[in-house]
Design a protein around this ligand. Structure first.
Ligand code: UTP
Length: 225
């Protein structure tokens, strides 16, 4: 019996266009995993969120309202997943409590953001904590946590393992504001630390990575524990 919460980066479901090929393969793979009994999926806002946040930031709109817009984008992206799954209530819960209710008799629950002040990583971590799930996958656009952004720095090196405190310090260095581009938001790491939830940071658009973590129990990406 396997239980997991997946924080799926918005950039994984949609970059320039909606990544329908990946979404269909992702849904099929998770549904086919019979050992997986509970799976929470929290979807990020990606370029959809940033496309709305950045122009309004330039006009001086503050982070509270930018976060509120980001949340709407995450919920729209969540619709891409929930409409293709079978064993799920076809609603996007707006709080953790609501998510727990619609998850009760289903294998899956799919949601986006909840309130301003954090990202979907924190929503996903709170969902894991509330349900008592010790395994967490962060499916992102890179294959782990690096010393520097590997897309812009050639000297960047991947961490195989990090403690919660090391990951938290790295996250705090790059976390700034709404739409911040950081591997995981700091609040999510604080929740993981207090609840002792094991985090696998993996490249989220490779289906085999989910199988490696959940079925083959193979070390994939960066492990934070
Ligand atoms: P994401 O969770 O996608 O954040 O939410 P991110 O780190 O920018 O994105 P990815 O991982 O690249 O997809 C998008 C934005 O929505 C707001 C924040 O402003 C966040 O940056 N948000 C999201 C909230 O304020 N509360 C939430 O619960 C979720």
């Amino acid at each position: 019996m396997e239980k997991v919460v997946i924080s799926l980066g918005g950039s994984v479901v949609s970059s320039n266009a909606i990544n329908m090929g990946f979404i269909k393969a992702f849904v099929t793979a998770l549904e086919a995993m019979s050992s997986l009994t509970k799976c929470g999926i929290v979807v990020g806002g990606g370029s959809l969120a940033r496309g709305y946040i950045e122009p309004l930031r330039s006009e001086g709109v503050n982070n509270y309202y930018l976060d509120r817009i980001g949340i709407k984008a995450t919920r729209l992206n969540a619709e891409l997943i929930v409409n293709l799954l079978n064993d799920v209530e076809n609603v996007i819960p707006e709080s953790i409590d609501e998510a727990l209710m619609v998850w009760k008799n289903r294998k899956f629950v799919v949601m986006g953001g909840t309130i301003p002040g954090h990202t979907t990583d924190t929503v996903a971590m709170l969902l894991a904590e509330a349900y008592g799930i010790g395994e967490f996958i962060n499916g992102t656009s890179v294959d782990g946590v690096y010393t520097e952004d590997p897309r812009t720095s050639k000297q960047s090196e991947k961490y195989e393992r990090l403690t919660y405190t090391e990951a938290l310090n790295l996250s705090l260095e790059s976390y700034k504001n709404a739409g911040s581009n950081v591997f995981m938001d700091p609040i999510s790491l604080l929740i993981a630390r207090r609840a002792n939830i094991k985090i696998h940071v993996i490249k989220g658009d490779l289906i085999e990575n989910y199988e490696n973590v959940l079925i083959k129990k193979k070390k994939t990406g960066t492990l934070i524990s």
